[in-house]
Design a binder for this molecule. Structure first.
Ligand SMILES: Nc1ncnc2c1ncn2[C@@H]1O[C@H](COP(=O)(O)OP(=O)(O)OP(=O)(O)O)[C@@H](O)[C@H]1O
Length: 431
């Protein structure tokens, strides 16, 4: 019972310690938000309260440890004392009494017995403490991965580079569909753009393409191979993703770019940075490519981070590229340069294909199967097909011109975005 009690206290202690560490990390990572909202005092109080709770549970556990230890000692030493007193009493008895030699025998036997018992007790306590501490690890190990390679999964064979969504439906939670019966094909080297209101399910399409989740119904095919029948690593080798939020490692810029291909040489890293239009910016830093980017890349601007993400995608030279609002943090000129430079990612795969890196998005995407998600419709005008998603369903599809003629959702979104564009154009014209 005592050990069960101690076990509960140890669990409480671990939980409180995790909570106070989590608050510390969270408020440090979000230091900008803390400052924006003048919340330094609030965060300090929150941290102090969590720390005090952790210290209190730590104290309770330590006290229980010493309490139980003291009780155990009282029992063993008390037993020893009682035995010694009994021996003394029996020695003092004249008839049938024990001899002093018997007492020595008793004392040495109990001593010999107590040492290994103490050791066993110590080991038991140690194992019990360790088993509570690693309980969480066992919980994690018991977690079944949602996505796993089937035993019969084979290596993905990259051919022309076709992607197909067949009647795909998906939901994160039962009863709340995020994508419903989606059908589309991206022919090799073509560009598919997905647009639509916020929460329509655009990013979810990319997550499914990268197989972060398995679909509930339907199938996703890469070069006619079902995504669930191939080994994840063998497919991901051919995929480059430029995500919505680029997160960098707290290391040098060179390390972060090289992450696209670990065995790339310094020259290849430089070339990728040049292609991503970030080389000059990097040389502008005091330590150049050795500049540390800070936690999650906080020492760089949003545009610089995104260009570094693009540079490492270029280095990876993937067959399939998925861009999730890749140009949102960039100005229009940089955006065009980058769209051009991304094309070079595939030139390593297919050197025979001529590409004009200065041309429109359609030409930029030639030779590489691309899925682009964008809010800025100006970036997807040249896409081979545009899907308009609303509440997880395709409500319109076609080329930019056709969609405008349909005068539906796409047309409305276009008209909404056209007005600021016009201002921009007239502003730049005035300059
Ligand atoms: N991990 C998740 N668990 C539960 N629901 C999620 C999860 N990720 C996204 N969702 C929900 O799925 C829906 C679609 O999200 P998704 O990110 O695909 O939208 P989106 O069209 O890319 O939006 P935005 O344009 O704002 O980025 C949203 O309602 C979102 O709240």
């Amino acid at each position: 019972m005592a050990h069960k009690w101690k076990r509960t206290l140890r669990k409480d202690m671990n939980k409180a310690e995790d909570a106070f560490r989590a608050i510390g990390v969270d408020s440090l990572l979000n230091f900008e938000t803390v400052k924006y909202y003048n919340a330094e005092e609030y965060e300090t109080d929150r941290y102090r309260a969590a720390l005090l709770k952790s210290q209190h549970t730590d104290w309770l556990w330590t006290a229980s440890y010493h309490y139980i230890h003291a009780v155990e000692k009282v029992i063993t030493r008390g037993g020893l004392l009682a035995g010694a007193l009994l021996c003394a009493f029996l020695i003092s008895k004249e008839e049938d009494g024990l001899t002093v030699g018997d007492y020595v025998l008793f004392a040495s036997y109990t001593q010999k017995l107590i040492s290994p018992l103490n050791y066993l007790q110590y080991m038991f306590k140690y194992i019990q403490k360790a088993s509570v501490d690693i309980e969480k690890m066992f919980d994690i190990m018991d977690e079944k991965p949602e996505v796993f390679d089937r035993p019969e999964a084979v290596d993905f064979h990259c051919r022309a580079g076709k992607i197909e969504f067949k009647n795909v439906s998906f939901s994160f939670k039962p009863g709340r569909p995020v994508l419903s019966n989606l059908n589309f094909v991206v022919e090799p080297g073509k560009t598919l753009a997905i647009v639509g209101p916020t929460g329509a399910g655009k990013s979810t399409v990319i997550r499914l393409l990268f197989r972060f989740y398995d679909v509930m119904a339907g199938e996703i095919l890469f070069d006619n191979q079902n995504i669930t029948t191939v080994k994840q690593r063998s497919l991901r080798r051919y995929i480059g993703v430029v995500p919505q939020d680029t997160v960098l490692f707290n290391d040098s810029i060179r390390f972060n770019i090289r992450y696209g291909r670990i065995d790339a040489t310094d020259d290849e890293v430089d070339a990728a940075a040049k292609a991503a239009d970030v080389h000059d910016a990097i040389l502008g830093f005091a330590e150049g490519y050795d500049t540390k980017v800070g936690e999650r890349g906080l020492k760089l601007s949003g545009g610089e981070k995104q260009r570094i993400a693009i540079a490492r995608t270029i280095l990876k030279a993937p067959k399939f590229v998925f861009l999730d609002e890749a140009t949102s943090a960039l100005d229009t000129n940089t955006e065009r340069n980058i769209q051009a430079s991304l094309q070079q990612a595939t030139s390593a795969l297919d050197t025979n294909t001529e590409r004009n890196i200065q041309a429109s998005l359609q030409q930029v995407c030639a030779g590489r199967t691309t899925v682009v998600i964008a809010h800025r419709l100006s970036t997807v005008i040249a896409a081979d097909e545009i899907l308009v998603l609303r509440k997880g369903s395709i409500v319109e599809r076609g080329k930019h011109k056709d969609l405008l003629e349909q005068k539906g959702l796409y047309h409305n979104m276009w008209m909404q975005q056209l007005t600021p564009d016009k201002h921009e154009a007239s502003d730049s014209g005035n300059e």
